[in-house]
Write a protein that binds this ligand. Structure first.
Ligand SMILES: CC(C)[C@H](C(=O)O)[C@@H](O)C(=O)O
Ligand code: SF4
Length: 475
């Protein structure tokens, strides 16, 4: 009898090109996404060494981090140059490097352009069972479709471009099993924030996590992408959800997905990609879905999570001395006082976007709350940034753009936007933003910016009330 294996072990075993005695292995990489921030030096390295891209057909490049989310073409149809010199240089480098190395490139003015982690699944570039990398920590997102996907550094980007392989050590395996069903009004974002709040920002360190349970089986691909995306915020190397009929239905007919007989063969293989009964995980965590409420972060780490019904925690209540010190610092940065009910915290900015929550379902969830309502007077800016041009177009076809605009939101072009301060979309110092992104680090949305991570519906609730608010009281 063959040994029972986890999903992670199956994908790993299928990609080992060479196994060394010291535990390192050479792994074949099926898919490589490239963006403008982590690729310029990698291409430069190839150029200096006189090397080519080994498998341009398995590589896909798109700019997302630095592109402004305002109009990209002027009235005459000419490209509006990027003002920031560093951003412009990175974008221009990618625009030169992709054609020079024969890498398929989706330009900033292409309708398919968007955040790498949104366009990969959308184009059918991301497939179950494949190994996938990108010079970007949120590559974990693609695990939502059952791909073993993780972020790599720029020198590894160069290595993958040159060889289509990567030297790696096998990670440990971890199961996060969620039992029961989520209560009404609770979204995948609330669940992943809750999970990170429970296991901590280092809870998954050294592990590849597999999310298991009925909740995930019943979840849409959009929701699964939100979950897997934030695996890295729990410290995990990657996050996986076993592919199933929902995955296959999502991928069928996507431009880069297999077609005809290849599709049938692929689906037959993908159906084998499940953790076998009796397979053993190195670590196992069980979460009760009934415990999850709409979640909000209060501090400067994604593990600083409380339910919206809660209060800002007292730093002195933490057992660990370093956690007490970190919480004091966080509250100082965030301008918050222990004991304040979350629902009394006023916000000035709203950001709906990022690779965590910028897909069509996210926009629908926010628009559902905003419909017939207007942003509260205290809201100084509210941005909605679709994850790709295709998401944007679909939202417009559904009339969602009207709902956002009528509520007082700005309807923008796709990109990373205010998820991180690398482009013009920033939150002013000392001001507070309810954000659907994934990181609330110090300065993440701009120097001195204060970030509260929430779901799209909760961001909309914050917009119309001008404070952190329980969306369940609005619908
Ligand atoms: C700029 C990029 C390398 C970075 C990452 O690796 O994740 C960014 O996407 C982020 O979310 O912080
Ligand atoms: S949207 Fe944010 S988290 Fe995602 S890739 Fe861009 S900067 Fe990173």
């Amino acid at each position: 009898m063959t040994q029972a294996r986890t999903l992670y072990e199956k994908i790993w075993d299928a990609h080992v090109v060479d196994q060394r005695d010291d535990g390192t292995a050479i792994i074949f990489i099926d898919r490589h996404l490239v963006h403008e921030v982590t690729s310029p030096q990698a291409f430069e390295g190839l150029r200096m060494a006189g090397r080519k891209v080994r498998r341009p057909d398995l590589t896909l490049a798109v700019p997302d981090h630095n592109v402004p989310t305002t109009a990209r073409l002027d009235a005459d149809g000419n490209r509006i140059p990027i003002a920031d010199p560093e951003s412009r240089a990175q974008l221009e480098a990618l625009e030169r490097n992709a054609p020079a190395f024969g890498v398929p490139y989706i330009s900033a003015t292409d309708i398919r352009q968007g955040i790498v982690h949104v366009i990969g699944p959308e184009q059918g570039f991301t497939l179950p069972g494949c190994t996938m990398v990108c010079g970007d920590s949120h590559t974990a997102a693609h695990g939502a479709l059952g791909a073993l996907a993780f972020g790599i550094g720029t020198s590894e980007v160069e290595h993958v471009l040159a060889t289509q392989t990567l030297q790696l050590k096998r990670s440990k395996s971890m199961e996060i099993r969620v039992e029961g069903d989520l209560p009404a009004g609770v979204s995948p974002k609330d669940l992943i924030l809750h999970i990170i709040g429970q296991i901590g920002a280092a809870g998954g360190t050294g592990h590849v996590v597999e999310y298991r349970g009925r909740v995930f089986e019943q979840m849409s691909i959009e929701g699964r992408l939100t979950i897997a995306n934030m695996s890295i915020e729990a410290g995990a190397r990657a996050g996986l959800i076993a592919p199933d009929d929902t995955t296959f239905a999502y991928l069928k007919g996507r431009p880069m997905a297999p077609k005809g007989a290849d599709w049938d063969a692929a689906v037959a293989y993908w159906r084998t990609l499940r953790t076998d009964d009796g397979a053993v995980f190195d670590k196992s965590v069980v979460i009760d879905a009934a415990d999850v409420a709409p979640s909000v972060t209060w501090g400067t780490s994604p593990e600083d999570v409380v339910p919206i019904t809660g209060v800002i925690p007292d730093p002195e209540s933490f057992e660990d001395a370093s956690k007490r010190a970190a919480a004091r610092k966080s509250l100082d940065y965030m301008g918050l006082t222990a004991g304040t009910p979350l629902a009394e915290v006023l916000v000035e900015h709203i950001f709906i976007g990022s690779c965590t929550n910028s897909r069509i379902e996210d926009l629908r969830a926010a628009a559902d709350v905003l419909k017939g309502r207007r942003n509260a007077p205290g809201i100084k800016s509210a941005l909605v940034v679709p994850g790709s041009g295709l998401v944007k177009r679909q939202a417009e076809e559904e009339g969602l753009d009207r709902i956002f605009i009528e509520a007082g939101f700005e309807w923008r072009e796709p990109g990373c936007s205010a998820c991180l301060g690398m482009n013009p979309d920033k939150v002013p110092s000392g001001e507070r933003c309810a954000s659907t992104s994934n990181r609330n680090f110090v300065g993440r949305q701009g120097p001195g910016a204060r970030t509260h991570l929430v779901s799209p519906a909760m961001a909309a609730a914050a917009a119309v009330t001008g404070r952190l608010a329980d969306v369940r009281e609005l619908v």
